[in-house]
Design a protein around this ligand. Structure first.
Ligand code: FAD
Length: 419
């Protein structure tokens, strides 16, 4: 049985891995020259099982209002005459209702826990940990506002009920865990430490895994632009592509899996499908580390500023912000400067501000943060897309669950798979 995976981001490459493991013949199509060259290129690097609560939650509408028009706010809404944008924004608001947030959090937590196990399995099978700068030192969520202490403790209990191990740390305990935070001793009110969380470079992971797969009979068609699906009798019969020589061609398989990130919606729309995915633009800056003792080796999340920070070998990656601005990927220098100012304030002297690489990417976000995994109304078309803010964290679990579904079995986790 031949399966064609559409898209070679972190989701597509892991999908190819688990489908091959399940015994399928697999090929992968992508318009870029290599795996991981779009949203999986320079993300925050966190395997963040300890953050299952989606951005759509009861406190989001008020927070969004307070950020409106504020320069440097974590969220920016740039209105467009695009129905998808407005529809998505209203759906997002609906997902902020407490019962929906709870349901979404439970689903994301189950998938994230499974995903971590599956990531470990991939690592053991391939030995690629070093190649992608994997670091299993946990994530420390930092808090600077004493009024949040009660909420922190409630959150730890909530995570425990979801099966996610975390613990409260005082300011001193945070610094014992991560000495690079020493300058914050008097400002930090505490932290939540998730010892089992990890970090690593999603681009290097995607590329290394793609190379392993290519050496095991998985064919990667790079620089191949998918134009549209062909269909007949309610089935997908092929994809029309412009290939790497510039020619038009139809590629066919028995089954197709959509892993096209933020572009999934556009490609399946002519099939009568309206996937609730909208591009949520984020920024990152990757900087050379100047003083290894001042750069954290535990991955960090600054909860109030919505900024994450991961050490990737000799580099430090700082990422955050969300902009609803359609497919615009322009880099706003003010955003980059705000991240560099954050680094100087929180981790003074850690990075070389002259050796930096700024980047933006489009998170393929569903309103409630729950990805779309499973079969479409077309029997041989499948989805593994819409991973939004957590695509690296959820990649291996989403891919292995999809492979289980495609084998005709039921994955062992409580998650609202499509069927
Ligand atoms: C700033 C930022 C920080 C983030 N931090 C984290 C983090 O710390 N932890 C975490 O878990 N997640 C994080 N994420 C989210 C994560 O990066 C994404 O969810 C993930 O990369 C999505 O992967 P994907 O494979 O679905 O999409 P992509 O990586 O975008 O892959 C889609 C692929 O489809 C291909 N494609 C699209 N259209 C076509 C076409 N017509 N023809 C051929 N090919 C096509 C593209 O070339 C691309 O390679 C972050 C995202 C951003 C933007």
């Amino acid at each position: 049985m031949h399966v064609m995976v559409l898209g070679a981001g972190i989701t597509g490459v892991t999908t190819a891995w688990f489908l091959r493991e399940a015994g399928f013949k697999v090929s992968v199509i992508d318009r870029q020259g290599e795996a991981g060259h779009e949203t999986s290129f320079a993300n925050g690097g966190q395997i963040s099982v300890s953050h299952p609560e989606p951005w759509a939650n009861p406190s989001a509408p008020l927070a969004a209002l307070s950020w409106l028009g504020r320069a440097g706010a974590p969220l920016r809404f740039v209105p467009h005459a695009n129905l998808d944008q407005w529809q998505w924004a209203f759906q997002f608001l609906r997902e902020c209702l407490p019962a929906r947030t709870h349901r979404n959090t439970v689903a994301i937590a189950a998938l994230a826990l499974h995903s971590l196990q599956e990531l470990h399995r991939v690592r053991e099978a391939t030995g690629i940990a070093e190649a992608y700068d994997a670091r299993a030192r946990g994530i420390l969520h930092l808090f600077f506002d004493a009024s949040q202490l009660d909420r922190i403790k409630a959150r730890i209990n909530h995570l425990a009920r979801l099966g996610i191990e975390t613990r409260f740390c005082t300011s001193d305990q945070c610094i014992d865990l991560e000495p690079a935070l020493a300058s914050l001793r008097l400002r930090l009110v505490g932290g939540i430490y998730a010892p089992k969380d990890e970090s690593g470079d999603a681009l290097r992971f995607s590329q290394t895994l793609a190379r392993v797969l290519a050496s095991h009979d998985v064919h990667f068609h790079y620089q191949t632009f998918i134009e549209q699906f062909s269909r007949a009798d309610g089935q997908i019969t092929g994809i029309e592509v412009i290939n790497d020589k510039g020619g038009t061609q139809i590629l066919s398989a028995d089954h197709y899996v959509v892993c096209l990130g933020s572009y999934s919606r556009e490609l399946v729309r002519p099939l009568g499908e309206n996937l609730p995915i909208y591009p949520l633009k984020g920024y990152s800056v990757t900087a050379a580390i100047t003083d290894p003792l001042r750069a954290p080796s535990v991955s960090l999340t600054d909860e109030a500023r919505r900024i994450v920070c991961s050490r990737l070998g000799e580099r430090l990656r700082i990422a955050g912000t969300a902009e609803l601005d359609d497919y615009n990927r322009d880099i706003d220098p003010a955003r980059i400067n705000a991240m560099l100012a954050w680094a100087e304030d929180r981790l003074p002297g850690a990075i070389d501000h002259k050796r930096i690489t700024p980047w933006t990417g489009l998170r393929p976000a569903t309103p409630g943060g729950v990805p779309l995994i499973g079969r479409s109304p077309y029997p041989n078309l499948w989805y593994n897309t819409g991973h939004g803010t957590l695509g690296w964290t959820l990649s291996c679990g989403s891919a292995s669950s999809l492979a289980t579904l495609m084998r005709g079995e039921k994955p062992a986790i409580a998650f609202p798979f499509l069927h």
